[in-house]
Design a protein around this ligand. Sequence first.
Ligand SMILES: N[C@@H](CCC(=O)N[C@@H](CS)C(=O)NCC(=O)O)C(=O)O
Length: 322
Amino acid sequence: MGFLIHGEWHDKWRDSEAKDGSFVRPDAKIRNWITATGEPGPSGDGGFKAEANRYHLYIANSCPWAHRAVIFRHLKGLEDIISVSVVNAISGADGWTFEAGHGVVPDPEFGAAFLYEIYQQSDSTYTGQVTVPTLWDKAQKKLVSNESGEIIRMFNSAFDDIGATEGDYYPEKLRAEIDAVNELVYGAVNNGVYRVGFAISQQAYEEAYGNLFAALDQLEERLARQTFLVGEQLTEADWRLFTTLVRFDYVYYGAFRCNKRRIVDYPHLWRFVRQLYAMPGIADTTDVWSIKAHYYASGKLLKQTQIVPLGPEIDFLSELPK
Ligand SMILES: N[C@@H](CCC(=O)N[C@@H](CS)C(=O)NCC(=O)O)C(=O)O
């Protein structure tokens, strides 16, 4: 028996389930932390000390969760400290592959053909999801983490004593507010677009759609008052919103039926996403071809659901220009 995802039974590499037609994202299973000293972090085992050239990051350029990790690797100047492999944007029945293609950077550790092989190298009994981003420890030959929200926190501070670029995107004094914004953004926007796109009943789709656009209205209002989401400075909350917004009009609006409005239709969200995109090096982390190819061309990503989209909203009776 496999696991139910997108209304279809899948093999052991997936363990999402659909309840009443709604998409439920499983929690990431590998939750160790790299720390400055090698002491354990908030979860998992210790022994993952921050060292140059010890860790390897597996990413997909299409993926918003992997994109966060790539952005933090860049912001913190970790390009020469943490190496990277890039999977093929188009995933298949066995998940992510290293098949030669646009943007692919092969696996230097094992010459793997599939990302799941890396998980098996770490733990031959692993049965959870195989996802990007995945962080690998070359020294212990095992996985550190496959949870992007935690990987960006490690990148934010663990390497500060060994040459990382200055900058704290999760400052102590703003943590409570960042956490609160993250909760809204994760539930209704980051994961929210998947809850819209992967719903397999009309009712689950409409509910997720309502939550998504209510949250975007709320964020639009917030950004009408301030430049960034929290305080007067750029924090992880901004980058976590950015990776979904930058994909929105390309793929979520169409492929995921999130088509009430585009981001370009919200003056403040549009200003915000452009401002972050223009920051040094960020455009280079954003690969539009991979984003489109993944969502539209990956074999098992979208199911034929007969869900009728709620948008777009078009007012044919609005006043004509004189
Ligand atoms: N909780 C994970 C989620 C990552 C995730 O779901 N990544 C997607 C790509 S956007 C993936 O690798 N999916 C593979 C699959 O479902 O087979 C994180 O934030 O790191």
